[in-house]
Design a protein around this ligand. Structure first.
Ligand SMILES: [Zn+2]
Length: 373
């Protein structure tokens, strides 16, 4: 075992990450130390790093993480299925640690639990230092929902599970029974692609996709979408026009204009689930009379509940060969090239950039950044 853990610390917007060594934590009851295997740069990491939203620093970014159990607290720790974790288990975990006894958890919103602890979003502090994905290790606190990763999933497929796919599993849960329904996925980024496949696999009759980028909509056609938006009409690749009605919208773009435009397309009794609007933006304009007369439902989802991650893992393990999930990590960088990885990610060419943590920084000559003990 290494003498210290190493992390790429986020100190300031758009500034080089700083290499920092950390002592391994003493594990308290319910805690686990994971040796990170792979992480992906989520769009929200890019928003944080480039100052498009505020986040505490100094911190360790990265929350789409997988790894192997390295150390377990003395009395053992169980995974979400209730089985004791063992050293070496390959795991993912919910993006937050929560208190199941808190008021919000009891109301069914563990992701809004008082004293919530969010991986990849937390200030480096006291005993809780290794709390993000861009590091050699991650310290999981009591109240983390931990899941073993099915053996058939590659690192590239598994890393986005605990953000992208779990969030979409939550959106699908809220949308209700999709059997025979028409689902419009607004925004064809990583969340959107996940929504297309999950809607299709949950029995949606037809999946439509809308995005401002043609290439992204074409990609969605490989992920379960049948029609894409062409000017104002939804058409197939054979230019066949969509004639039906839209029952469900999963809105992943977060763009006010897109939300307003899609909302108008909902049929009577329809529901829109908003998941993409997680950055500051203008208010949206909605017509209340339309909502009343058409019996519409508008719901928001931020993060997810642990069961959603469980469902996402099962979904991905079952359907991974039907859809090209493995191609979504466009490029992989070693941990010590995190600056270059973020620059590449910010271009927006790839759905995800992978960060491999096996090749760790062992001496100054290998680092791009500034080293600090
Ligand atoms: Zn994320």
């Amino acid at each position: 075992m290494e003498e210290t853990a190493i992390a790429m610390v986020f100190e300031k917007e758009a500034s080089p990450f700083v290499v920092q060594k950390f002592n391994f934590p003493e594990l308290n009851e319910g805690e686990v130390l994971v040796k990170t295997e792979f992480a992906t740069i989520c769009t929200s990491d890019l928003h944080t790093y480039y100052g498009r939203r505020t986040s505490p620093c100094h911190s360790i970014l990265g929350h789409e993480i997988i790894g192997h159990v390295d150390k377990i607290a003395a009395n053992g720790v169980k995974d979400f299925a209730g089985n004791l974790l063992k050293e070496g288990d390959r795991v993912t975990w919910a993006v937050y640690a929560h208190d199941a006894e808190s008021e919000m958890s009891k109301k069914g919103f563990p992701q809004k639990s008082e004293s919530l602890y969010k991986y990849g979003h937390q200030k480096i502090d006291g005993n809780c230092q290794l709390n993000g994905g861009f590091a050699s290790h991650c310290h999981l606190l009591k109240g983390s929902s931990i899941f073993k990763i099915p053996a058939n999933l590659s690192a590239e497929e598994a890393a986005p599970l605990n953000c992208t796919h779990a969030t979409i599993a939550g959106a699908i849960r809220i949308a209700g029974n999709l059997k025979g329904k028409t689902v419009l996925v607004s925004g064809a980024g990583m969340l959107g692609l996940s929504a297309c496949t999950m809607a299709k696999e949950c029995g949606a009759n037809t999946v439509l996709v809308a995005d401002i980028q043609q290439a992204r909509m074409e990609m969605a056609l490989s992920f379960g979408a049948e029609y894409f938006l062409n000017e104002n009409e939804f058409i197939t690749t054979k230019s066949k026009e969509f004639k039906g009605e839209i029952d469900v919208i999963i809105e992943t773009s977060g763009q006010p204009k897109a939300i307003e435009n899609t909302l108008e397309k909902l049929t009577t009794g329809g529901i829109i689930i908003l998941v993409g609007a997680v950055f500051p933006q203008r208010n949206i304009s909605i017509n209340a009379e339309q909502i009343v007369r058409k019996l519409l439902t508008i719901k928001g989802l931020h993060n997810y509940i642990p069961e959603d991650l469980k469902n996402a893992i099962q979904f991905l393990s079952k359907s991974k060969d039907k859809y090209p999930f493995k191609n979504l990590v466009g490029k992989t960088f070693p941990l010590n090239q995190l600056d270059a990885a973020f620059a590449e990610g910010n271009i927006g060419k790839h759905y995800r950039i992978g960060i491999e943590t096996k090749s760790l920084i062992t001496n100054k000559s290998k680092t791009n950044g500034i080293e600090r003990d």
